[in-house]
Design a protein around this ligand. Sequence first.
Ligand code: GAR
Length: 195
Amino acid sequence: MSNPPLRLGVLGSGKGSNFEAIVRAIRSNSLNATIHLVLSDNPAARILEVARSLGIPAEALPPSNFRTKLEPEIETAAATRLAAAGVELVVLAGYMRLIKAPLLNRFPGRIVNIHPSLLPSFPGLEAWKQAWNAKVPTTGCTVHWVDAGMDTGKIIAQATVPVLESDTPETLHARIQTAEHQLYPEAIAKIEAAR
Ligand code: GAR
């Protein structure tokens, strides 16, 4: 008998295309998982609208005074909500803040992220623009476990993407995102199968 579906909670700050790719993988039975909660630090994020349109509970977190992390109380509340929803794996999908102790301690070794470069190259913001500026011939995307550093956790999977002469940062990011949409659901499926 197969395992019960892996219970996912998703954190995102933006348009949520990786979240949508995970939903597609679940619907096509290539990922044995269910999504129980979507949280965003940005009340206007499209990811919340998409989740709600799919009937998935989706909540905006209260406003934060920091730009790169959440207040500990807000992060604690987020961790409590995810745990109450029975989430087993926290999936960061375009979540643009650092994860700190409240979530790391509540979900030790159970938070994954996707980053738009071949880590350890180009951690941080707008990694595709960093790669384009550096004129590297190849970049890509990385799925990794989340630790207390910025994009430093153990690498789970990577996909490479060529940088073309004709690329702008935007066309390069679009090509990386196409690779992300395949890599992220596959990586989560491997985690699910290894339970
Ligand atoms: C993705 O390209 C993801 O790799 C990146 O934000 C984008 C979110 O797109 N994440 C980071 O840069 C995290 N440091 P999406 O909202 O359409 O999934």
